[in-house]
Design a protein around this ligand. Sequence first.
Ligand SMILES: Cc1cc2nc3c(=O)[nH]c(=O)nc-3n(C[C@H](O)[C@H](O)[C@H](O)COP(=O)(O)O)c2cc1C
Ligand SMILES: C=C(O[C@@H]1CC(C(=O)O)=C[C@@H](OP(=O)(O)O)[C@H]1O)C(=O)O
Length: 388
Amino acid sequence: MRYLTAGESHGKQLTTIIEGVPSNMPIVKEDINASLLRRQKGHGRGKRMQIEKDLVEITSGIRHGYTLGSPISLVIHNDDFKHWLDVMGEDPIEEGTKIRRTVSRPRPGHADLNGALKYGHRDMRNVLERSSARETAARVAAGAVAKTLLEQLGIEITAYVKEIAGIVASDDSSLSMEERITIAEESPVRTLDKNVEKPMMDAIDQAKKEGDSIGGVVEVYVEGMPAGVGSYVHYDRKLDSRIAGSVISINAFKGVEFGIGFEAARKNGSEVHDEIAWNKQEGYYRKTNRLGGFEGGMTTGMPIVVKGVMKPIPTLYKPLQSVDIETKEPFNASVERSDSCAVPAASVVMEHIVAFELARAITEQFPSDQFPVLQKAVKDYREEIRCF
Ligand SMILES: Cc1cc2nc3c(=O)[nH]c(=O)nc-3n(C[C@H](O)[C@H](O)[C@H](O)COP(=O)(O)O)c2cc1C
Ligand SMILES: C=C(O[C@@H]1CC(C(=O)O)=C[C@@H](OP(=O)(O)O)[C@H]1O)C(=O)O
């Protein structure tokens, strides 16, 4: 499975094309829409999210509720486009016509300056329109299709917020998958720890009041992945490495950890590695899950626990210094609107991005032209490794 996205933040629409989804897989657009809606929520989002109501239009690859095996294309319309018709139109403009909202002042922390240098755009709107995290809606749509596939193979995935602005949620390792899903969904900051909900929201409000922004840490949690998915034989088939790369590809994500992650550097091996055990019912399992479900680029069969760190949003109402590329004069950046914290929304993005990588690995490893065949192959494999 692979996918491409297209679309500018204030352009007409976002488009996602997914290839390699098995045929005859039941799928409904309500599930994709539910994912899109979840991404739009969260305390700290800016005014744009009040304008958009992300709904998917399926334009190919699905018929009467089943996948065809052909490319699936998904469209999400930008409701804000109507305010940007003259700015984002495709037709050439008459010479001398002034275009609204040209950008000559690069924002620190954004793609603006580097993108302008690389592609030769003197109007940096040509950069920011595509580098904007608006694109993550298109990626969530792809991930929602992947989630549908995983769920029907008995693999569940969710995400929640572990930390915002240094406020850390308490340990949640004893919570069931169902509890994680329900509690995160009910929380305005998608945390599983009720005690930090208000402090997190206060920190977001405070940052907003001060014209600043804040970041945080999110966690994706997966149950039901069989052991041995991925591979150790080549660097680009290691599933943890693929997940790490795709997490870092999310706008503003700067780091990734599996299980206890960086803490492993401060511990002895006996405190890090997960001892192997066996029983008739489960087959092989681990007494602990400190390595977060991966060894040697492959799943261990234990829950996958992966964290991503999001830096604070770069667009600030409290201006940072930059240089106007036309005048070369310094200036203090001014802002019309921005999110002050998008960590809760980003957790939903990460969930879907990880889901896609898992579905990709599964469809590579098992016969996957037809979904019922894939389902049977995964079921047989589960039994085979249980008795191994
Ligand atoms: C869900 C989400 C929403 C975001 N919202 C904003 C925003 O409103 N303003 C902003 O400047 N950056 C926002 N960002 C982050 C920028 O898109 C990102 O920092 C920028 O594209 C530069 O990429 P980099 O930080 O990965 O280097 C958001 C990121 C995510 C994941
Ligand atoms: C549109 C979304 O996020 C946007 C991501 C973003 C950025 O610079 O990354 C900047 C903001 O866009 P605007 O300038 O239009 O307000 C966010 O709203 C979205 O998540 O759907």
